[in-house]
Design a binder for this molecule. Structure first.
Ligand code: ATP
Ligand code: MG
Length: 362
């Protein structure tokens, strides 16, 4: 069996540092590990439309932004097919068949969809497309026979749904689809990076993001304005580390050897945390350190982006080539799916002969 990766992002905005630690960084490591036969990374424009139907322009404008972010973090089109979901129409057809394998109540139980419905204030007016997007994600994953899906924690229920669909499909129609494994970030802080406002998740839809393409000044401004422990009013007050997003970001990004360079008063993060918790360490100092840590991670990404921005038609061409490869793979899987579901009427000579016999014998 081949080792295959499929994952992706919604082009609802540029990518942020939550995407980076939750999924992007891992993808690049996996890409460069040489352990995978095929890697597909999808810009999920059709999924993005499920809650942006009235604003296709937003999606259209952000496809190139996401593509630039991909290339700037080190996804390499020589090794990875970068493609656009809507252009692989086979995915719609697969979703349509999978819909028969999932109940409404099963979809209603999906905790991520529940939280997202609440966040978007849909109440009773949930678009059917949005409600069923876990099924379309199952189509995306299985179309490529993905064995590994590197994602953030919020995607766990989608992966579970996909695995259920695969089992049910194979059970009814015979072994055809592959059950994928989820690859979550190893670092606890990266499972779901909080927003700069302290909200549980950094998310494009919440406007609490540090974007990979932010300028040095923008990053600094956002870091210095970050939510911290609201009860840590004076430097000498004891501060809370737990649930304090500044420390969560440090957990996600900083390496102990960076203290020597940026904050030599401490030798490691544990020491800094201890001082903060005891009292006597001000937020400004911690934020300045975080800013340095983030800038050193983001500067090379920013630099690479500038290079790719110089030739935008070439970036569109990369997407076009990646989409061609993705389309071919998805078409092959769809062919197998139709065959398993006995929908290959015109190719099935035995069926035609069977019916011919039935009527000729009458
Ligand atoms: P939207 O608000 O439009 O849903 P989003 O910011 O949630 O956007 P997605 O495109 O839905 O981004 O998610 C893409 C990938 O990034 C998924 O694998 C998701 O788990 C991961 N991801 C998104 N936000 C975070 C985060 N704050 N921390 C860790 N991983 C994240
Ligand atoms: Mg999301």
């Amino acid at each position: 069996m081949k080792n295959v990766i499929l994952t992706g992002d919604r082009p609802t905005g540029r990518l942020h540092v939550g995407h980076y630690v939750g999924s992007l960084k891992r993808r690049v490591e996996l890409q460069n590990s040489g352990e995978f036969d095929d890697i597909y990374i999808m810009i999920a424009d059709a999924q993005a439309l499920t809650d942006n139907a009235d604003n296709p322009e937003k999606i259209r404008q952000n496809i190139i932004e996401v593509a630039l972010d991909y290339l700037s973090v080190g996804l390499d089109p020589e090794k990875t097919a970068l493609f656009v979901q809507s252009q692989v129409t086979e995915l719609c057809e697969l979703s349509f068949y999978y819909m028969n394998l999932v109940t409404v109540s099963r979809l209603q139980r999906n905790p991520t969809v529940k939280a997202e419905i609440q966040m978007r204030d849909f109440q009773a007016s949930i678009p059917v497309g949005f409600f069923t997007y876990p099924i379309s994600q199952a189509a995306d994953i299985t179309a490529f026979k993905a064995t590994a899906v590197p994602v953030g924690e919020d995607q766990l229920p989608m992966l579970e749904q996909t695995r259920e669909i695969v089992r049910k499909f194979n059970d009814i129609y015979g072994e055809t689809l592959i059950e994928p494994q989820v690859l979550l970030p190893g670092n606890q802080a990266c499972l779901r990076l909080p927003g700069t406002d302290g909200k549980a998740k950094m998310s494009k839809s919440l406007g609490n993001c540090i974007y990979l393409a932010d300028t040095e000044e923008e990053v600094q401004k956002k870091v210095m304005g970050m939510f911290t422990d609201p009860n840590h009013l004076r430097v000498e007050d004891p501060g809370k580390v737990e649930g304090n997003p500044v420390f969560t970001y440090l957990d996600a990004f900083c390496r102990d050897e960076q203290f020597a360079e940026f904050c030599p008063d401490y030798s490691c993060l544990a020491e800094m945390k201890e001082h903060y918790a005891k009292g006597g360490l001000g937020d400004v100092k911690v934020k300045k350190f975080l800013n340095n840590v983030l800038q050193s991670e983001l500067a090379p990404i920013r630099g690479k982006r500038k290079q790719f921005e110089k030739d935008i038609p070439a970036v569109y061409d990369i997407l076009k080539q990646g989409t061609k490869k993705a389309q071919e793979t998805a078409a092959q899987t769809l062919h197998e799916v139709r065959e398993a579901m006995k929908m290959n009427y015109f190719e099935d000579e035995a069926l035609i002969q069977q019916h011919a016999k039935k009527y000729n014998n009458q």
